[in-house]
Design a protein around this ligand. Structure first.
Ligand code: HEM
Length: 349
């Protein structure tokens, strides 16, 4: 089991994040990996591969398994209203379901590793409309297409004989698909987040916003903590141990300290908006669309998150995705995962 878990940590700390270029450098020489197939990838195949590579944890989300449900409220700004007709930006208080989690399918993933944190949201808008997000603590995702994600995860799957990933396979796939290393390098370069409330969360996909004049503004968003980004030193992270984030969140929320500005970085002509491994160039104009405040945290594994799968294609009128194949692929995979975890008797919100 230890080996299994260490494979999991490598493979799914942030879905794919932890196997950095450095970790495989100097690996064996190998034949080049085949390029990922262009054929559509089935959501069942993707979720099966998450389980095959990261382990199967019945009753839990196949990604973001270690999580906690919270509630919050969002108030849109005048700038938000100016760029989109979405009712989220009316300026009225919008109730939001918030789920914070640690990346990967392991419900016991350590809180003190340099891995992915997630902030998933559901804005409950007037008239029964909802807006769901699954935001991550990196400006990029670990693969550009579903086929590339599948190939990367397959390359990280433990060899049954050695119970560890085959370094030659891992290297060959990464050599042929260098995008899969970008996210891991990001996490390796960042400190362990001090709390769920003190790290940036990116949407990573491009979205377009349409205002009442029919004008469109396209960009990528980022939730930035109002109190600033704070990380732990390596010694502090070690001292904190593997499970501090939930209690820490409860304390900070009780003290009214967890809030994020919802900022949009506005794209310029030529910027890539349909590839989640390519961030917008530095220095793009940023507007604050509103502020999210977290107001309460579930005292246990309960809360309102159980039957929510935070599908980022569920957008309100006035907001639309821009054809990123990774965005499109998320809906069906999330539904497969939710079906499995509910069918298994969900153990955690
Ligand atoms: C084809 C690509 C992807 C697949 C197959 C996939 C798979 C999954 C699965 C199975 C879940 C659990 C869903 C549930 O049981 O409710 C999940 C959750 C999540 N994913 Fe993905 N994912 C993909 C792409 C992405 C991307 C590009 C991002 C980057 C923002 C992302 C961020 C998240 C987050 C933040 C969660 C946690 C949501 C929660 O708290 O429930 N995923 N993903």
């Amino acid at each position: 089991m230890t080996l299994r878990l260490s494979t999991l940590a490598l493979a799914t700390a942030g879905l794919l994040a932890s196997l950095t270029g450095a970790a495989v450098a100097g690996g064996h020489t190998a034949a080049p990996a085949a390029a990922p197939a262009a054929a559509p990838v089935s959501p069942v195949a993707l979720v099966d591969q998450f389980e095959a590579t990261g382990g199967k944890f019945e009753g839990y989300r196949r990604s973001g398994a270690k999580g906690i449900c919270a509630m919050g409220e969002f108030v849109g700004s005048a700038e938000g209203k100016a760029i989109s007709t979405a009712s989220a930006f009316s300026g009225a208080k919008i109730p939001v379901i918030v789920r914070f989690s640690v990346g990967g399918g392991n419900p016991k993933a350590p809180d003190n590793a340099k891995s992915q944190r997630n902030m998933a949201l559901q804005f409950d808008l007037p008239g029964g409309e909802v807006w769901q997000h699954g935001n991550i603590s990196a400006p990029v995702f670990g693969a550009a297409t579903p086929a590339q994600l599948l190939g990367r995860l397959a390359s990280l799957q433990a060899d049954p004989a050695t119970k560890a990933p085959d370094a030659a396979k891992v290297k060959a796939f990464a050599d042929a698909n260098p995008e899969v290393l970008i996210q891991g390098r990001w996490f390796a370069s960042q400190p362990v987040p001090a709390s769920f409330g003190s790290v940036n969360y990116w949407g990573v996909h491009g979205f377009a916003f349409t205002n009442s004049k029919g004008e469109k503004t396209a960009g990528k968003w980022i939730f930035e903590p109002v109190g600033g980004v704070k990380g732990l030193t390596d010694d502090e992270a070690k001292a904190k141990g593997p499970s501090f984030l939930f209690d820490d969140l409860r304390q900070r929320v009780a003290a009214g300290q967890v809030a994020f500005n919802f900022n949009l970085e506005i794209a310029q002509a030529g910027d890539k908006l349909d590839n989640a491994t390519v961030p917008l160039p530095e220095g793009r104009k940023k507007v604050t669309l509103g502020q999210l405040k977290v107001t309460s945290v579930s005292p246990d594994a309960g809360g309102s998150c159980l039957t929510v799968n935070f599908d980022p294609n569920r957008v309100p009128k006035g907001v639309e995705g821009l054809g990123d194949p990774m965005l499109t692929a998320r809906s069906a995979s999330y539904a497969v995962s939710m079906g499995r975890r509910l069918g298994e008797g969900a153990k955690q919100q």
